[in-house]
Structure formats: structure tokens, C-alpha cells
Design a protein around this ligand. Structure first.
Ligand code: ADP
Length: 609
């Protein structure tokens, strides 16, 4: 059953502290078992008093004191042991909660773009936070309640049958009723609750999406529309949640009523047995103690099942994300190749995102180390796909990509990506200082190295003008900087990384001529001595390329040096003519490339210059 599978998996998450978890479980069982002795003592005291007639007072006192002392010792010992064990369990639950969060975080960060393109980050965040909170809650219940319930079922129930089988049978009927009614309500409501959770995730996606696009909402006066959409989803959450609540309220009424009826029946049966001389008052009192304890445990278990039931869809989604395997798998024997020379070869590479429509077909290209290749062609032709394949955002369905003659799947992913620098068209920035954003290129870079890279990237001057220089925060996704500034920072970052292979996705937006000149000069510095693959939108910037490759619908239609292709009068010559004459305005062509951005997530945000 799904419930037990998820529950087992949640408890299995404690495996990192297995020894302590087992120790705590055993200690909890011992403490719980100790508590069950109290009703027995209670019954013994009652029996002592009811049969005291005619016994000398001193003897009675001696027996009573012995019993009460034992009771006090067990009661107080139990409280102290319980406190010690609970404290350790709570500490462990806190540690494991943060551990699970770290595991999820690290796992999600290495999942490929294919996964991230299909999930909103707001949703992933929500799944992480509510997932670990639910894990935490179940762990606490496991130690505090579930084990005691387990002991109650497997120790108290046989014991009660042994004490009085007729009254014990009543308890068994009650427990069966609890189990059946819980299973019935779960089966009636599990699909409904999954729907509720879907709406909750939609809510998180929508809120995350809106909060990440405040500028868009304000400039397009979308506040009312976005808030309206949020309220619509809230409405869906509530109308899906209410029927589930009704069913569980019904369960609560049924189980409580059954408990009350059982207690009354036990009394009736006890009285009947007592009148026939088959049960003493003490036995009846002990049994009632047992019964109320057991019923309390059952009600607690029922509450726990309902709580976990509401959390199941969240936990299932949490585990689904954790189970998502990267489509770009690292081989067990993958190796670190150190710093490569930079020769790149595509050998008959074909790729399709959906397995149906080809994005790249039989692509062949050999790029000698240190040379510059420009990829050109209309939007959707396959240029970004080619570059994504090179640094293994995806793996091709067929063909091989080699770096220095080594199949790049034989290279460890971190080693491969350390050798490749990427300057995105829309430069990604962390919500951190300029210095920290630069240092991701080289974490141990000194201030002098960082400044030198920034100077080469024509970025030092504007950084120096920032209120706190290199320590200035750049806002979420670099929002406090212009597009040109962000680009120069990302060039400086790539310079610090100093990779032998470079992937450039040239900016599509029109830059003012001064910024453009600065970026071009920074890029020239960056490209020097590196194998460079550049997606060129402005054809004028690739005159010095060693090779120009023209793509159309995933296929190479032409390739050769710039001048040769122009002279040939083919597809490339037509592209150049289009940009020069402006028949189809160059900027509109470039803008199309900038807007699409499916294969290139760095194109998502609008460029601000
Ligand atoms: P270019 O960079 O030349 O504009 P792309 O390599 O981005 O072209 O796209 C090639 C083809 O693959 C296009 O048809 C595009 O719609 C499709 N495509 C790109 N990214 C994805 C993706 N993540 N999922 C599905 N299809 C995609």
C-alpha cells in the first residue's frame, strides 16, 4: 500500500544516523512498555483496598507503601527516561531535516536543463520546504507516538486477552473497526488530496513566477490580473480541500463514537462478570486503564494516519524529484582530463529534444585548438543546441563529440565543464556582490587578479563607480546593472576561469556604439588563444572567424571562411545581404533570436542596457 511505502521511505531517510536511530527506537519501546505497567499497579492497589477488611492496619500499610513506591519509581523513572530519549530524537530530527534539504538542493542543482525547463523554480522550492517539514513531523511522531502504538498493539492487546478474553475481544473489535474505517476514508479521499496538492504547487509556481517578474507586472499594469489569477487558484485549492475535510471529520466522529461505545460495553461486561464472581473490581479497573490507554493510542494513530495522508502528495513529489535521474549520466570510469588543448570534433552528431522533431542532423565539424568558429543561421536552426551538446546539457542520440580526441562522455562532467567557458547572451548573476559574482570563475582569485580580469573585460571603470566597488550587491539576477555591464562582468568571470574552450552566445539586442565597441574589445581579449564557438547574430562581428558554419533546420547548409561564403553567393551571402540592406531588418532578426530562448535558458529575461 502506498501509505506504508511512503512511510517506510520517510523512516529510511534516517539511515545516515542508523545506529542512533535504532538505539532511540529501542529506548522508546522500553519507555512505552514501562508505562503499560501503571494500570496493572493501579488495579493491584484497588484490589488491596477492596480486600482489606479484617487485615491489620500495619500489614495493609506495608503492602500499600511497597506498591505505591514501585509505582512512583516507575512513573518518575519513565518521565526522566522519556525526556532524555525525546530530546535526542528531536535533535536528530532537526539534523536530518536540514540534511534532507541539503540532499534535495544538491540533487536538483545537478539535474539537467531538460528537467529545469519543465519545472518552475518556485514549485521546486515549495516541494523542498514542505517536503522536509513533513519528513520532520513524521520522524517526531515515529519516536514519540508510533513506536508506543506499536507496543500497545503487540503487547497490550495479547495481555488484555490474557487478563480477560471476553473484554479483550471487545478491544479487538474496536481496533479492527479503526483499521477498516481509516482505510476506507483514505481510499475515498487520496485522489482528491492529490488534486489539492497539485493546486498548491500551481499556487507556488504562479506566486514564484509573478514575484520574479515584478517589473513586467508593473509596466504592463498586470497587478489586478495576476492577483485575480492567484485568487482563482486559491479558490480551486479550497473547493478541492473541503470535501476531503468533510470525509475526515466523518471518520473522526465514527472512531470517537466507537471508542465511547466500547468503553461503555467493557463496563457492562465487567459488571456482568463481577456479579457472577468472575472478575474482581481491581481486574476491572486494570482492564479499564488498559482499554483507555489503548484507545488513546488508537486515536493518536488514526490522527497520525490522517496527517500523513494530507502530506502524502507532497512527500510523493519530494521523492519524485529526488528519484529523477539525470539524463546526462556520468560514467563510472569517467576521468579528469586536466586542462585540454581545445581541439573539438563533432562526429555525425544527431539530436532531438522530443525524439521526433530533429534539432540537429548528422553534424560534422572539426575545430583545431585555438581557432574561432561562427555558427550562423535563422532562429531555431540548431545553433544553441549544438553548443548545449558540447558542454553536455544534453547527450546526442547518435554520434560522438570529442575533445582533444577523447569522447567527451569519458570525461568527468566537472572536468569537462572546467575546460569550457560560457558567456551567455543574457548574463546570469547571483544575488551577491560583484566580487562574489566574478569569483565564481575562480574561487581563489586574489583581488588583484579579479581587478586585472575586470580591466581586460572593460568592466573595472563601472565597478569602481559603484557605491561599494567590488563589494556592491548586484540585485536579484543582476537587476541593478545594465545589460552591457552584466555582459562585461560575465566576460571578466570567463577570463578568470581561463578555459581553453569558449562558447559565446552573442548579444542580440542593439547596444549603443560605445558599449558595443567595449564589449567587442573585451570579447577579443577573451577569445585570444582559445577555441571559440560563437553564435553570431551580427554578421559584421565574425569577419575574422576561421570558419563560418551556416545552419538551417538542424543541418549545415554551408561552411567556409567568411569571404569565401560571401563570394559563393549562397545562403550566407543572402543573410549578409539581408542584414546590410535591412530588407528584413537585422535588429528584428536578432530580436527573434533573443526572444525564443527555449534551448538557451539564459535568453529568458529581457536585456536591459
Ligand atoms: P537556434 O539556436 O539556432 O535558434 P535552437 O538550437 O535553439 O536554435 O533550436 C533548434 C530546434 O530545437 C528548434 O526547433 C527549437 O524549437 C527546438 N528546441 C530548442 N530547445 C528546445 C527544448 N528545450 N525543448 C524542445 N525543443 C527545443
Amino acid at each position: 500500500m502506498e501509505f506504508f511505502r511512503v512511510y517506510g521511505r520517510v523512516i529510511g531517510q534516517l539511515r545516515d544516523e542508523r545506529a542512533l536511530a535504532i538505539w532511540l527506537a529501542v529506548a522508546n519501546v522500553a519507555v512505552a512498555a514501562l508505562q503499560f505497567y501503571e494500570p496493572v499497579l493501579f488495579g493491584k492497589v484497588v484490589d488491596l483496598l477492596t480486600t482489606s477488611k479484617g487485615r491489620p492496619a500495619e500489614e495493609l500499610w506495608a503492602d500499600a507503601v511497597a506498591l505505591l513506591a514501585l509505582w512512583a519509581a516507575i512513573g518518575l523513572g519513565g518521565i526522566i527516561a522519556n525526556m532524555v530519549v525525546s530530546l535526542q530524537a528531536d535533535r536528530m530530527a532537526h539534523r536530518r531535516r536540514l540534511g534532507a534539504m541539503a540532499r534535495y538542493f544538491e540533487h536538483v542543482l545537478v539535474l539537467p536543463f531538460a528537467f529545469h525547463n519543465s519545472q518552475h523554480s518556485g514549485r521546486l522550492m515549495k516541494v523542498m520546504l514542505s517536503g522536509v517539514d513533513n519528513l520532520f513531523g513524521i520522524w517526531l511522531s515515529f519516536f514519540r507516538e508510533n513506536l508506543a502504538t506499536f507496543v500497545a498493539l503487540f503487547v497490550m492487546l495479547p495481555l488484555s486477552l490474557f487478563m480477560n478474553w471476553r473484554m479483550g475481544l471487545l478491544l479487538i473489535v474496536l481496533i479492527v473497526f479503526f483499521a477498516i474505517s481509516n482505510a476506507w476514508i483514505v481510499s475515498r479521499t487520496d485522489r482528491l488530496q492529490a488534486k489539492v496538492e497539485e493546486h498548491h504547487s500551481e499556487l507556488a509556481s504562479h506566486a514564484g513566477d509573478a514575484l520574479g517578474n515584478v517589473a513586467l507586472i508593473q509596466s504592463y499594469v498586470r497587478l489586478r490580473a495576476e492577483a485575480g489569477e492567484l485568487h482563482r487558484i486559491i479558490g480551486q485549492v479550497l473547493s478541492a480541500q473541503f470535501p476531503v475535510l468533510n470525509w475526515w471529520a466523518l471518520l473522526s466522529v465514527l472512531t470517537r463514537a466507537a471508542s465511547t461505545v466500547t468503553v461503555i460495553l467493557i463496563f457492562v461486561m465487567g459488571t456482568w462478570l463481577h456479579t457472577r464472581g468472575e472478575a474482581s473490581v481491581g481486574e476491572i479497573v486494570s482492564f479499564m486503564g488498559f482499554a483507555t490507554m489503548l484507545i488513546g493510542r488508537m486515536e493518536q494513530a488514526s490522527g497520525f494516519v490522517s496527517r500523513v495522508f494530507f502530506q502524502m502528495p507532497v512527500l510523493a513529489e519530494f521523492f519524485r524529484v529526488l528519484d529523477t535521474q539525470s539524463t546526462v549520466k556520468e560514467r563510472a570510469d569517467a576521468r579528469d582530463v586536466g586542462r585540454v588543448r581545445g581541439e573539438v570534433e563533432f562526429d555525425n552528431v544527431s539530436f532531438s529534444y522530443d525524439g521526433k522533431r530533429p534539432a540537429l542532423v548528422d553534424f560534422n565539424l572539426r575545430i583545431p585548438a585555438g581557432t574561432k568558429v561562427a555558427l550562423v543561421g535563422p532562429t531555431g536552426a540548431g545553433k544553441s543546441t549544438t553548443l548545449s551538446l558540447l558542454h553536455r546539457m544534453w547527450d546526442p542520440q547518435s554520434g560522438t563529440i570529442r575533445i582533444d580526441g577523447i569522447d567527451h562522455r569519458e570525461i568527468r562532467l566537472d572536468s569537462l565543464r572546467r575546460n569550457i567557458g560560457v558567456v551567455f547572451q543574457e548574463s546570469a548573476m547571483f544575488y551577491r556582490s560583484i566580487g562574489e559574482n566574478l569569483r565564481i570563475g575562480k574561487p581563489d582569485a586574489t583581488q588583484a587578479e579579479m581587478e586585472a580580469a575586470a580591466r581586460l573585460a572593460e568592466a573595472h571603470d563601472f565597478i569602481a563607480l559603484q557605491p561599494e566597488g567590488y563589494a556592491t550587491m548586484v540585485g536579484e539576477r543582476g537587476a541593478t546593472l545594465s545589460g552591457g555591464e552584466r555582459q562585461r562582468l560575465s566576460i571578466a568571470r570567463a577570463l578568470l576561469k581561463d578555459p581553453p574552450i569558449l562558447i559565446l552566445d552573442e548579444a542580440t539586442s542593439a547596444l549603443d556604439s560605445v558599449t558595443e565597441a567595449r564589449i567587442q574589445s573585451a570579447l577579443k581579449t577573451l577569445m585570444k588563444g582559445r577555441t571559440t564557438l560563437v553564435i553570431a547574430h551580427r554578421l559584421s562581428t565574425i569577419r575574422d572567424a576561421d570558419l563560418v558554419v551556416v545552419f538551417e533546420r538542424g543541418r549545415v547548409v554551408e561552411s567556409g571562411p567568411y569571404a569565401e561564403l560571401v563570394a559563393r553567393g549562397g545562403a550566407f551571402a543572402r543573410l549578409v545581404a539581408t542584414q546590410q540592406t535591412g530588407t528584413e531588418s537585422a535588429s528584428s532578426w536578432r530580436a527573434k533570436g533573443g526572444e525564443k530562448g527555449v534551448a538557451a535558458p539564459w535568453r529568458r529575461a529581457a536585456v536591459r542596457l
